[in-house]
Design a protein around this ligand. Structure first.
Ligand code: NAD
Length: 295
């Protein structure tokens, strides 16, 4: 069994550490927040007060941080992982960040003779707890092969999406689809209401017709048809509107830098930006249906 360093013990990181421990690995974990370190210690991790202290004896180091700026500072800072690294663990960044930062940090790691993959995840806190995340990995064939055993206790599928940054690229594309389809599904249900259509009937038709998509079949934004969807729980997140906006911004940033035309992605970002600004940042992203009803 391996020694795994882990930095970032938040909503996603803590259950991921639990699954690594459950698989029999040892984990040296760090977070800037003392309460998060204490919680991980209760779960059975060895906690350390400095980020670079997770390197001691590590076969792999996993990071699960809020955004690109945190990843830059944890890896590239004067006391960061690359500056302090003496051995050659595989570095796995599971945070959702911009493609440019992911490629910059991986290049810095390669310049230091170290291997790194970007490995953002899909599946939310529930998937993290159940160990059923989908993980999109960017890096060399060799780095993917090294990272894979450490991703197994966390996921049901790890896809090697190509070179460095391609994991983040795949995540940006996926979540742009999700944002666009959720708005489309909500618009259709609001239109159906105005036309006198029953929610259950519209669900039955669309879930079995060409309009079918994950936002209908797994996460229907009205109460009833999908009992596990946040619509049945007053739109308690789930996946917050703030996170959806973050991911749509990353997709637009990627589209701008690559020169891709993504007009619906841009529109979805604008609509979620208004929804967030109206005080709904903590609500589940499917709650946008009420916004489209004018509430
Ligand atoms: P979170 O804010 O709950 O956790 C992030 C943790 O990182 C916090 O505990 C914070 O204290 C810690 N941290 C920040 N800077 C640090 C530093 N310099 N050193 C050590 N620790 C530091 O966020 P989360 O919900 O766990 O999400 C983590 C990442 O996963 C994000 O990039 C997010 O976009 C992505 N993600 C989240 C979800 C979700 O449903 N929550 C789903 C898929 C992907």
């Amino acid at each position: 069994m391996a020694m795994i360093g882990f930095i970032g013990l938040g909503n996603m990181g803590r259950p991921m550490v639990r699954n690594l421990l459950k698989a029999g690995h040892s984990v040296r974990a760090h977070d800037v927040v003392a309460a998060s370190r204490e919680a991980a210690a209760q779960d059975g991790a060895t906690v350390v007060g400095e980020g670079s202290a997770v390197l001691e004896g590590a076969d792999a180091v996993i990071t699960m941080l809020p955004a690109g700026e945190h990843v830059r500072s944890v890896y590239l800072g004067a006391n960061g992982l690359l500056a302090k690294c003496k051995a050659k663990p595989i570095f796995i960044d599971c945070s959702t960040i911009d493609v440019g930062t992911a490629r910059d940090v991986a290049r810095a790691a390669a310049d230091a003779g170290l291997e790194m993959v970007d490995a953002p995840v899909s599946g939310g806190v529930g998937g993290a707890a159940a160990g059923t995340l989908t993980i999109m990995v960017g890096g060399t064939d060799q780095s993917f092969a090294r990272a894979r055993p450490y991703l197994e206790p966390l996921s049901r599928l790890a896809v090697h999406a190509g070179g460095s940054g391609n994991g983040q690229a795949a995540k940006a594309c996926n979540n742009m689809i999700l944002g666009i389809t959720m708005i489309g599904v909500c618009e259709a249900f609001v239109l159906g209401e105005k036309l006198g259509l029953d929610h259950a009937k519209l669900f039955e038709v669309t879930a079995n017709s060409s309009g079918q998509c994950w936002s209908i079949s797994n996460y229907c934004p009205v109460p009833g048809p999908v009992p596990t969807s946040p619509a049945n729980n007053d739109y308690k997140a789930g996946f917050t509107a703030a996170m959806m906006l973050k991911d749509l911004k990353l997709a637009q940033q990627a589209a701008m830098s690559a020169g891709a035309s993504t007009p619906l992605g841009a529109e979805a970002q604008s609509i979620y930006s208004l929804f967030n600004a109206a005080g709904n940042a903590d609500m589940d992203f499917s709650g946008i249906i009420n916004f489209l009803r004018g509430r």
